[in-house]
Write a protein that binds this ligand. Sequence first.
Ligand code: SF4
Length: 754
Amino acid sequence: LSRKVEMTNWEKGHYINYKKMNENLNIVRGRLNRPLTYAEKILYSHLDDPHGQEIERGSSYLKLRPDRVACQDATAQMAILQFMSAGMDSVATPSTVHCDHLIEAQVGGVKDLARANDINKEVYDFLSTSCAKYNIGFWRPGSGIIHQIILENYAFPGALMIGTDSHTPNAGGLGMAAIGVGGADAVDVMADLPWELKAPKVIGVKLTGEMSGWTSAKDIILKVAGILTVKGGTGAIVEYHGPGTNTLSCTGMGTICNMGAEIGATTSLFPFNDRMYDYLAATKRTEIGDFAREYAAELREDEGAEYDQLVEINLSELEPYINGPFTPDLATPISKWKEAVKTNKWPEDLKVGLIGSCTNSSYEDMSRAANIAEDAMSHGIKANALFTVTPGSEQIRATIERDGQLKTFEEFGGMVLANACGPCIGQWDRKDVKKGEPNSIISSYNRNFTGRNDANPATHAFVTSPDLVVAMTIAGTLNFNPLTDTLKDKDGNEFMLKPPHGDGLPRNGYDPGQDTYQAPPADRSNVSVAVSPTSDRLQILEPFKAWDGKDALDVPILIKTQGKTTTDHISMAGPWLKYRGHLDNISNNMLIGAINAENGEANKVKNFQTGDYDAVPATARDYKKNGIPWVVVGDWNYGEGSSREHAALEPRHLGGLAIITRSFARIHETNLKKQGMLPLVFAEPADYDKIQPEDKVDLLITELAVGKPMTLKVHPHDGSSTFDVKLVHTFNEGQIEWFKNGSALNTMAKKAAE
Ligand code: SF4
């Protein structure tokens, strides 16, 4: 195992370290003395301290050393801006950035890409120059969707990767544990800090039998989503195993892992097998395939490994599924489909069929879809609804152009969009229906929450395999089952579509298409990072001020929030996403969704200086201008939702000192600490009720010490006497340093300068 095999063809000097992984695993094996699942093997072989790490599935926090980091363009902006503050001249872990989320679908790939290049120029310039500066591989707009590029170029069996996108788990199709995280986690790993993950539980999905006919890999995850629901995978890795896994293509396994994000799973993965080897060989990585074969015994579960939950699926009996509308876990098998459409009164007329996306744009997917389209055209009929194709990468696009599928789609009536996310993330200038008009669309994507594709809450979006998307598009109606129903050819004669077939891998190899990769230059010292001081989308981060060493006295409560305060309430998405790289601008959404306990309203708080009610961000800015720090008082599970780091950066930027709650969502709590804020919790949850929004507080910060409570003196606004409240916290020594230095990044920069 001590051979030197590069992790990827795109970088030099980053070798696959099966030897070290094997050593780590043996240390952990000696300690645990039980059979391990494959998910555990990957995690434990990447432990920072395999000797000392506490390991209890579902409860311990593992400190891990991932092999790679991947960021998409929307999340990369703030991640890189933060990394820049760490004072390092190169990322410590191999990293890539992928331009895929900011390209709007309007009239077709070429023009849409040109327009995106124009509109997003400053963001792309920033990303390309900062990647060059900090030694990050940069995939330009048009290169494709992050997860497809990772599968084609970077994923390898047994590896651990984090990515700032929820569908990062796609790489599980190549036996990699690939986990979606927030930008703050990516920054840690780029800056050589271990990455913390609560040791996941492991859900086993055992596959037996073999699929045939209209059933495809997508149907496995559509069925699993129906069984486990959108919450069923929370805190768990879904591990597929059993003889059925060998009957799936590598990209099909990718599809399954990709959509595992919809059940809330930490990630999903498949054991290394010959299909993965074939895919590695087809993507010019035979050496990696051979190396993986040497380490194959540890690239699967041990005999007798136990799962926290087990699901079994017989592929020979699996039907095609269609999931939705409005939620990906409402799973309907094709045999019950027409009845479900009728009973639920879903709009029968199909408006648009969309194939592609990171979920389903493999060569196999495209070949099968084209095969169905050809079948229809051989009977003289074409698409009866609008039809779009999103190739997952430039390599896929170029290959299906060479091999004819692209031409088939165009003749069929399709519009080929840019190699990017497009309608999957709402980047879709949809014109065929008005906002608010109920209508149905069907896609091979993964997510179908209300309004996701076209911002129309009345759009009924269904997700299924590309095969069924094409079949339904030919019919032009949801009231169709290709397994049982006939269509009419151009002369009015009835015929049935043939079950699709298509090659798993291109017979003539992949065509790489245009070169869309920018490698970091050998000499990076003269590269300057492009950020215009007048930009409204990007802003270099100023380091936050260090703590002044004093208690904070007579501090106002900016807002006492009531009920749920999610990261979406703290830092809303939607139109604000545009400002992700500009902390001051995006801070204008701070806490605008949180409910003020005083009046039950959102974004309306009293400014104690003026006595007037104003928006939360405006009030905070006014306090900041006058040098007055402030605190937030919050309810249970404050900061639940996503790992969005803006929810912690914004209060810090606008002068916040502490967030005091009944309890925190853990990731948000850590994010607050990283930004130099004080997340504190009422020792007695009932004390939340004793504090009124207009009270002032003294925060005795000088008491801050590991495991010790902190005193909050409350000066009631009604003039009644001052009382003390006890606050607790979870700061460790290192995190107290973050607070003292002003942030985790200040702490890193200080160390880098030493
Ligand atoms: Fe996310 Fe859709 Fe893009 Fe995939 S194609 S990365 S699911 S937005």
